[in-house]
Write a protein that binds this ligand. Structure first.
Ligand code: SF4
Length: 344
């Protein structure tokens, strides 16, 4: 079968022996036989060519606050036109969006509304968004559609953001580097055993992506860690994670610690206790991170941005809403300290 309009030829692949193809988009590096699917179930070898099966089939499209991604230091207070296609390369047992991320695996179906890149860019402009977010599922595995939206989006003055598990290859980061302005990467734990057991993946490629993006690209990066009680929240593990972030991504990288609620296959656990969240916050700050936030927790002031030098509250948040932004020219109005970010 030849690739059709809906089955677009994929980017970043090579022909391999015996009619196989080698996908270079993510660190699974699948070698796929003729007629077979990759590990993500949305890329297929069709007639010796690697094709994307989810191109232009969107399972979600919403104008969200950028704070929901979460990105707290990138165009704060703006809205981001947020889209997703079915599929993921991870198998996280606690996935919050499993109905769409695991749909291709669980049901073999790639459902959604057909949309063109032009329609997405138009919708983003019409809804007053400043950016397009490729999110909810893993954007790496619909990279072709991201690329085709992002380039015209730039011409309209929009920025482009990913919310990602960080499993993309260096090739994929370089490919997106032409148009990707910001990314939130999940650093789910600081243990390879956790990644293998609960996510069906490995830790090191995620660390490599974070370090590469932070050191070698102009992409603004923030990190999110979902705290699973008894699984990734020990003092020792969180200290190692926070120390690694300071060294490899720098003290200005915002760290979002997110509260877990039972989901998908992981339902035999209580939500993360508030004390664990606050302990993780203290560990992050003690390690030297300038900006540590608690997510999915109401009624604390740990969603506000403070100046790490003088303590002045700079951005006041209520959930995803910005109540006040006191930053002036990217600086603290009280002590003049530079506040890291984009469009602050
Ligand atoms: S993007 Fe899909 S096909 Fe490609 S290496 Fe990753 S899991 Fe395999």
């Amino acid at each position: 079968m030849e690739p059709t309009e809906l089955f677009r030829e994929a980017v970043l692949w090579d022909p391999a022996e015996g009619g196989h193809v080698h996908c270079r988009l993510c660190n699974f590096h699948c070698r796929i036989a003729e007629g077979k699917l990759g590990h993500c179930h949305v890329r297929k070898n069709i007639g010796g060519k690697l094709c994307s099966l989810n191109y232009g089939t969107l399972c979600a499209a919403n104008a969200d606050p950028i704070e929901k991604k979460p990105l707290y230091h990138f165009q704060p207070g703006s809205r981001s036109f947020s889209i997703a296609a079915v599929g993921c390369n991870f198998r996280c047992e606690f996935c919050q969006n499993w109905q769409i991320s695991q749909a291709a695996l669980e049901s073999g179906r790639i459902d959604g509304e057909t949309a063109s890149p032009e329609q997405i860019v138009k919708a983003a402009v019409k809804t007053g968004c400043k950016s397009i977010a490729y999110t909810y599922t893993e954007p790496t595995i619909f990279m072709e559609f991201c690329n085709d939206c992002a380039r015209p989006a730039r011409l309209k003055g929009l920025t482009n953001v990913f919310v990602s598990n960080g499993y993309m290859t260096r090739d994929a980061i370089d490919f997106a580097g032409d148009w990707l302005d910001a990314i939130n990467v999940d650093l789910k734990a600081f243990s390879d055993e956790y990644y293998k057991r609960l996510c069906g993946s490995r830790l090191q490629p995620v660390l490599d992506s974070i370090a590469y993006i932070a050191k070698n690209t102009a992409i603004w990066i923030e990190i999110t860690t979902l705290l699973l009680p008894g699984q990734n929240d020990s003092e020792e593990e969180l200290k190692r994670l926070a120390d690694w972030l300071v060294t490899e991504a720098g003290p200005d990288v915002p760290w979002h610690i997110s509260r877990f609620y039972p989901q998908y296959k992981y339902t035999d656990s209580a939500p993360t206790p508030l004390e664990s969240m606050q302990r993780a916050e203290r560990i992050g700050k003690t390690a030297g991170l300038h900006y540590v936030y608690l997510g999915n927790v109401a009624g604390t002031d740990s969603e506000n941005t403070r100046c790490y030098n003088c303590g002045r509250t700079l951005i006041e948040r209520t959930g995803y809403r910005i109540a006040a932004n006191h930053i002036k020219d990217s600086k603290c109005p009280q002590c003049g300290t530079q506040i890291a970010g984009v469009g602050l």
